[in-house]
Write a protein that binds this ligand. Sequence first.
Ligand code: BGC
Length: 748
Amino acid sequence: MKAMDMGNRVSLAGALMALALATPALATPASAQDAKIDKNIDMAGAEARAAATVAKMSPEEKAAITHGIMALPFGPGVTLPAGAIIGAGYVPGVPRLDIPALTETDASLGVAYVGGLRHDGATGLPSGLAQAATWNPDVLRAGGAMIGSEARAKGFNVLLAGGANLMRDPRNGRTFEYLSEDPLLTGTLVGAAINGIQSNHIISTIKHFALNGQETARKEVDSRISEAAARESDLLAFQIGIEKGQPGSVMCAYNLVNGDHACDSDWLLNTVLKKDWGWKGFVMSDWGAVPGLQTALHGLDQQSGAQLDRKVYFDKPLLEAAAKDKTYAARLDDMARRVLTAIYASGIDVNPVKPGGTIDFKANSEVALETARQGIVLLRNRGNALPLAKTAKSIVVIGGGANTGVLSGGGSSQVQSEGGPSGMVSLGGDSPFAALMAENYQRSVPLKEIKSMAPGAKVAFRDGFTVSEAAEQARRADVAIVFATKWSTEGIDQADLSLPRGQDALIEAVAAANPNTIVVLETGNPVAMPWLDKTAAVIEAWYPGTRGADAITGVLFGETNPSGRLPVTFPASENQLPRKKIDGFAEYEANFIGEVPEARGKLKADYDIEGSDVGYRWFARKGATALFPFGFGLSYTSYASSGLRVNGLKASFTVANTGQRLGAEVAQLYLVSRAGKPIRRLVGFQRVPLAAGAKQAVNLAIDPRLLADWSDKGWTMPAGTYGFALGTDAEHVGPAVTVRFAARHWKG
Ligand code: BGC
């Protein structure tokens, strides 16, 4: 790799070298952004084989593979069948025809911990936002491949990974699981993750289809949006992700879309997904998202997590309907064919998974570490306060459980290494899922890493509960490092963008006591920073995963040159958002597993307010200035991009490292005007590692859907002049290059 030839002593090169050895996927050149999509998945061949098997199946056998249970040892009348593994779900196979059972686990961030019911440990990647902040599909592919290999070793052959919902509201409790607010970034990255997972010959899932934008009354809320806006935003993210990743399954969402349950939406499942996109795999429901038998006619192929629905519709009721009604009979065949297509395309029948495989946790933790390194975003660095000198004499570390571990997000995606969390803050309650409803800290301890990085320094720790005490310690130290956390979880949205438990006041007081105050954020969502101007430096470390503390410390002390860029806008205040509050947040109580019947039919999320202008596009439309814009991130070196040329749908330019250190720039190409009107859309990006003084030519292909609007059952590009510009983020773009396009319309 070029950077290493330069003999640069910055150990990012060392880290990349180590990683290149450990995970070949990351050693490939950045220019190969999409080159490694696995074209070997043969959906058409699998479909033909599936049709032949269906012809041999009895109706009961067909029905058996269209519904599954939640693979947990409780619930009315549930005993786990032999072969089921504790995890998210289980669907029996048909041994007579060599159809394997489906063993399902949550897996967006690693093989899930199931609220403490699994004790075998797994490698936890940083949160989805952290992964996306790398803007590096190779990192997501390597992460997916790693998770898939651990899942195989534990006996799982279907992963419920691939969260692709756009961040329509930063207060959504599941923001940390998802990737970004942009369809190109999300689609490209989720496709790479799925591709990595499925390289293990197992099935991956993309979820939650679609428009699952909030957790408040998540089973009742109706997402209202015009078809055009949906196609240009959330659906486009899924479309790109499916094209690139070719997942065997799609999980439909809890929420309603324009009046129909997502799992009962003929438009979403039959028209968009299966007809327009020509996708051949199977649609599984989210756990407890099936309103009735008719969902079979509207495109649902498999009912999941039976204990959570009112009834198992896809066994007896489906068989009875199929016996009487040809439409249901044809659907039953199609449902079984689609499940089998995914099984054969992934090869889980010929490469069966077996529990009890060995896992090299040390090697896998390198993947988590490199993801965290590339995903940490340096937000502020006054007077080059960072990197810290290893010769600092006294450091006080304050707050955030930095003496315990690093925070992780709650809910079904939760991952823990062997031994479980290093610390928990329970929300209480007597639900069997109580462990899911607790702040869980992963076993990677910032205080310990800081001590080993600065062996000559006196390093003190204060928990930050008493502000005056923390400020006093800060006054006595050369440097104060405040760890500030904000927990988020599936099932509960956030009231606002502030840091909880008085941490804003804590930071304010510490920064007043010591101007050399560094803030390390561990948050699952964007947060407001009323104290920003008083601090020396701020890094957003997200939920940084199994090796999070190493990654944070590496950035603090300059072993890693930060290269993450925000995949979401950090608003200056809630007033800048399309909605004052999450819809229904004040009216309905947070409810993780259960239902909120009083919200049914009443609660609507009006996504036509912003339409397809999600995130930075909304800010551009409103002329609003974010606290930190989408795409933003500082570095310990500097970059310059030049020579932009756009020829039809091809763009080329040069990126140079104009500073003194090895680093990686994330080149961002935006559409800035179209047919005489301002517009802002990310149309291409590439992460470019560069040694000090080096430059690299970058070529990007522009997906024409990003230049178009949805109208008349297809994509339409108006005739006229299109302006393109390189940006350091969505708000700061360089001079525009213009290109004329003729009017164009094509089917979606
Ligand atoms: C979540 C899904 C998850 C499923 C199985 C649901 O509550 O919404 O993302 O895959 O549970 O655990």
